[in-house]
Design a protein around this ligand. Sequence first.
Ligand code: GTP
Length: 335
Amino acid sequence: MVILTGFLGSGKTTLLNHLLTRGDARVGVIVNDFGSIGVDAMSVAGQVDSMVSFGNGCLCCAVDASGLDAMLGKLSAPSAGIDVIVIEASGVAEPRDLLRLMIASENEEIAYGGLVQVLDGAEFDRTRAAHPELDQHLALADLVVLNKTDRITGADRERLLGTIEELSPGKPVVPTSHGRIDPALFFDAERERPDDGQLSFTDLLAEEHDHADHLHTAYDTVSFTSEQPLNPRRLIKFLEGRPAGLYRMKGFVDFGASGEHDRFGLHTVGGFLRFDRGRWPSGRRRTELVLIGAGIDTDALLAALAGCREDNPENVDERGMLLVLRHVEEPEPVG
Ligand SMILES: Nc1nc2c(ncn2[C@@H]2O[C@H](COP(=O)(O)OP(=O)(O)OP(=O)(O)O)[C@@H](O)[C@H]2O)c(=O)[nH]1
């Protein structure tokens, strides 16, 4: 579940429509203003399988945690076949309140996938003057989208990037026009299929060549594999120091630990980091990670990951594993 937030007119709906038409994932959408969504574009895209909406204008005023849970329950039901839920919340909804609602949610099917803040590049200064709370919103975001770059000069763009960096240091910022962001930065193109051992990011990479426009040329993608288990402490250190341009990481990590659920799925969106635990398909136990970013030194990142390999995998660093477990958000699967 991804929260898409931004002030009125910043381009959230445009971005969402872009995700719906360009991504292969099945998207469930929760909006706080039915009228603001391009319903036609969505039905043409045929991607929205369920949409929950309410006209109260403000998501966090309209629902409490159990109300939200009911909506999420509808969208996360296996019968809905939804891969990702996007909550589109206008600037009037406080991201902090939304996050609080998410944390209070008792739905175990749903994993939080990051808070994305959309900014109108052309209106940034005026919006900030009128809504000083924008500074706090930026500090909460996992990923910042600087939209409407077609309406600003290169010099303004650099200045805004500098201001955003000051307000939310180290936060990844993706400059776009018309919300044309790579869906892979938000979620998987296809659902993972653990049963046949296919990794969804393979599809994700294959998708790169299908798109007609040159959206992807702005991104660097690199993958890392290791038959040798990784050291948890060193990997966590790498993750904590990952560069701001590294928008997304995805894959599975083998720490050499043994147990029922010793496959650690890794998922990062901007500053957000989560592990979940699962089982290795037989014979496929190895670390496989995909890194997506812009302006990243892929060689240096690969070298740093290679440096996380554990030379004595038989001695699992149990205390190091505790650092990993701190980021496990989902309960251990049962059975
Ligand atoms: N020039 C330009 N216009 C854009 C861009 N992105 C969106 N727009 C236009 O800006 C207007 C607002 O975009 P929306 O996507 O509706 O913005 P929103 O954040 O969903 O707005 P609310 O629903 O009011 O919160 C629309 O007319 C869009 O076509 C962009 O990158 N460049």
